[in-house]
Design a binder for this molecule. Structure first.
Ligand code: PRP
Ligand code: MN
Ligand code: MG
Length: 179
């Protein structure tokens, strides 16, 4: 698995520092609000589990599974709900937890969905931001780290469902996804 990685972009230690900073900011901004953190499957799972343990205050969690990429390296532009929430978002302060904002289509769709469902507020916490990928106006409110316009994997991010279990963020060798 490691042979498919061109280079390590962010180490475990760098990720840990970024996650701690985000957790602290969320604690400060949401005092007494009991926010609902919504992790977007599957990419956000690793970040979500570390993030919630870095927020030293009451939070609730739920998950949604939406997919726009399938097994392709390039977004299809379609967003599908594969699993909806168990929790009502009406009146709640929502923090959408994502591993990466790339085109922004997934988040653009989700922000509108939660506003339609009468959330009190909707913010985005993304571990990674890839500004060069953007096809929408979406910006995350909490951003961990910026990434270049490369195919990055690890710490939840996959290529064709692989590499999610790498403990760091790595750049995938182009020969792995180019044919
Ligand atoms: C990836 C990633 C984000 C989204 C970002 O998910 O985890 O959710 O794409 O891309 P966008 O900003 O262009 O919408 P994907 O749909 O691949 O599903 P996965 O999380 O199960 O890997
Ligand atoms: Mn995802
Ligand atoms: Mg994916």
């Amino acid at each position: 698995m490691q042979d498919d990685i061109l280079s390590v972009l962010y180490s475990e230690a760098e990720i840990k520092t970024a996650v701690a900073r985000l957790g602290k900011a969320i604690k400060q901004d949401y005092q007494g609000k009991n926010p609902l953190l919504i992790g977007i499957l599957k990419g956000a799972i690793v970040f979500m589990t570390d993030l919630i343990r870095s927020v030293d205050d009451f939070v609730e969690i739920d998950f949604m599974d939406v997919s726009s990429y399938g097994d392709a390296a390039v977004s299809s532009g379609e967003v599908k709900i594969l699993k909806d929430l168990d929790t009502s978002v009406a009146g709640r302060d929502i923090i959408i937890v994502e591993d990466i904002v790339d085109s922004g289509r997934t988040l653009d769709y989700l922000i509108k969905l939660f506003q339609t469902r009468a959330a009190n507020s909707v913010k985005i916490c993304a571990l990674l931001d890839k500004p060069e990928g953007r096809q929408t106006e979406v910006t995350a409110d909490y951003i961990g780290l910026r990434v270049p316009n490369e195919f990055v994997v690890g710490y939840g991010l996959d290529y064709a469902e692989k590499y999610r279990n790498l403990p760091y963020i790595g750049i995938l060798k182009p020969e792995v996804y180019e044919d």
